[in-house]
Design a protein around this ligand. Structure first.
Ligand SMILES: *[C@@H]1O[C@H](CO)[C@@H](O)[C@H](O)[C@H]1NC(C)=O
Ligand SMILES: *[C@@H]1O[C@H](CO)[C@@H](O)[C@H](O)[C@H]1NC(C)=O
Ligand SMILES: *[C@@H]1O[C@H](CO)[C@@H](O)[C@H](O)[C@H]1NC(C)=O
Ligand SMILES: *[C@@H]1O[C@H](CO)[C@@H](O)[C@H](O)[C@H]1NC(C)=O
Ligand SMILES: *[C@@H]1O[C@H](CO)[C@@H](O)[C@H](O)[C@H]1NC(C)=O
Ligand SMILES: *[C@@H]1O[C@H](CO)[C@@H](O)[C@H](O)[C@H]1NC(C)=O
Ligand SMILES: *[C@@H]1O[C@H](CO)[C@@H](O)[C@H](O)[C@H]1NC(C)=O
Length: 417
């Protein structure tokens, strides 16, 4: 090598070493319809609708003393043994450090009629497919499950899978007890109406709040965002995200909006500490503001909401499904300000763990239920769903095979909404 080439080589090496040291060596490409789960300081993201990332298992170091938007520390972990998209991941296990993926695909990516659970031990960084007894739920997609702190995972709704015409939507409830690896079917008497692409948030009072989503039947399955809630008016939406802040507010962002007003860049907060719950739409203020997004992820770490990935929206439509977000955005939930780093909040209190031994779900669709306090008993748990959520009309949604095109077309809206 000539001295000149040596010089170039040295610099290239230095640059490469510097890049890999600074960012965990890895800047993940954008993706959407991934799913996320937090264990310790690691925020894991699984799969994607993008073909190349369907087995991805990556994590972001969310240590609050160092987390920032300019140079987030990403790492890659052991790949999922099956493709994973349009589904849900939750935390459980005896040591609260195993992540369970509720999948509809086999390891050879064949369709499974029954939900397959893939378990990722975050300490051993190994995958397993535990045998689970009990009432195994039918496979489904486009649902959000939620876990409590006692190893139980609550699964509701979603499209039946396989289901080429997307005409079967569930409103059943299944509970996976990850301590005894058993599925238990809950009663869906008075359950919320069937829906997909909603959010599920476990509140501090033990209720699971189901927000938004879409239903397939014209007019009959209207889901309003403001049912049982006061305050600002929010358009019905799906594929938004919802997190619970330490001070008991459910914070939603983005989504595909049903209705005339483009609110896909709207940040809103539902105060769940008052009765009735109250919405307020927040101004988008601060630095490093997020774009209009759908099919993204949001998680709470300390007082911060971490927003990642998703599809960019333009005027409430997908300009291009390849127009995906690879960045992270940070919201200080104490004052709804978007920030570029979290280090100012080292002493912030973490969200209190809900002390839930039973889930209560007050069933939606009939407002009398709330005022009369009716609850529905189901085996093992008492489930009460407070559905505040919304969508009406006619929609058509297609996922060709597992990774092609999402088409939202022929939408027609009920003007009476
Ligand atoms: C951002 O975080 C990275 C990784 O922890 C760190 O190396 C870098 O110094 C931080 N940058 C800023 C501007 O805080
Ligand atoms: C899945 O269900 C379909 C329809 O009920 C059935 O035809 C098929 O044999 C089932 N597949 C398996 C692997 O059980
Ligand atoms: C699950 O059960 C099958 C059949 O009984 C067995 O071959 C397999 O090893 C079991 N898997 C695990 C992870 O226990
Ligand atoms: C889910 O489980 C993990 C581990 O137990 C826990 O830290 C987390 O708070 C749980 N989520 C909710 C909403 O309770
Ligand atoms: C969104 O719609 C507005 C008003 O119709 C238009 O001015 C703007 O250019 C559109 N933006 C995009 C990105 O299409
Ligand atoms: C938001 O609250 C945090 C913590 O109290 C504070 O450090 C920050 O300055 C506040 N930001 C604004 C814009 O008020
Ligand atoms: C924590 O931060 C707040 C401001 O956000 C400050 O008022 C308080 O004194 C700090 N507490 C400790 C123990 O440092």
């Amino acid at each position: 090598m000539s001295p000149f080439k040596n010089y170039i080589f040295l610099w290239l090496t230095i640059i490469l070493v510097w890049m890999s040291a600074g960012s965990g060596g890895f800047a993940p490409p954008g993706r959407f319809r991934e799913n996320s789960a937090l264990v310790g300081n690691r925020l894991y993201f699984f799969g994607s609708q993008n073909t190349a990332q369907q087995r991805d298992n990556i994590y972001l170091d969310v240590t609050l003393s160092t987390l920032n938007t300019t140079n987030p520390s990403w790492f890659r972990s052991n790949s999922i043994p099956a493709d994973f998209l349009l589904a849900s991941s939750c935390v459980g296990g005896p040591n609260k450090n195993t992540i369970y993926l509720l999948n509809h695909l086999t390891t050879s990516n064949g369709d499974s009629n029954n939900t397959i659970v893939y378990a990722f031990d975050t300490v051993a960084t190994s995958w397993s497919t535990p045998n689970i007894s009990g009432q195994i739920p039918l496979s489904r997609q486009q649902f959000q499950a939620v876990n409590d702190t006692n190893g139980k995972i609550y699964m509701f709704g979603g499209f039946k899978y396989p289901n080429p015409s997307f005409d079967v939507i569930f409103n059943d409830i299944y509970i996976l007890d990850t301590l005894i690896l058993t599925w238990i079917q809950g009663s869906n008497v008075n359950a919320p109406t069937p829906r997909v692409d909603f959010t599920a948030t476990l509140l501090n009072n033990g209720f699971i709040l189901y927000l938004g989503g879409i239903a397939g039947v014209v007019g009959t399955n209207t889901i309003y965002m403001s049912e049982f809630a006061t305050g600002d008016t929010l358009n019905s939406r799906y594929s938004h995200t919802a997190v619970l802040s330490p001070d008991g507010h459910v914070i939603i962002y983005g989504g595909v909006i049903i209705g005339s007003t483009d609110q896909s860049q709207v940040l809103a907060s539902l105060d769940s500490t008052v009765n009735p719950y109250k919405w307020s739409i927040k101004p988008i203020i601060g630095n490093n503001l997020p774009p209009s997004l759908a099919f993204h992820s949001s998680n709470i770490v300390g007082s911060f909401m971490i927003l990642t990935f998703g599809v960019m929206m333009a005027n409430n439509t997908f300009s291009n499904l390849n127009n995906v977000n690879s960045k992270i955005y940070l919201l200080d939930t104490r004052n709804y300000t978007w920030v570029t780093s979290t280090s100012t909040s080292l002493n912030s209190s973490h969200p209190p763990n809900p002390t839930v031994t039973q889930i209560q779900t007050v069933i939606a669709s009939d407002s009398n239920l709330l005022s009369t306090g009716t609850i529905v008993t189901i085996p093992l748990v008492l489930i009460a769903i407070l559905a505040i959520a919304g969508f009406t009309g006619y929609w058509f949604y297609k996922k060709k095979k597992q990774n092609d095109i999402i088409r939202v077309a022929g939408s027609k809206f009920d003007a009476s909404m």
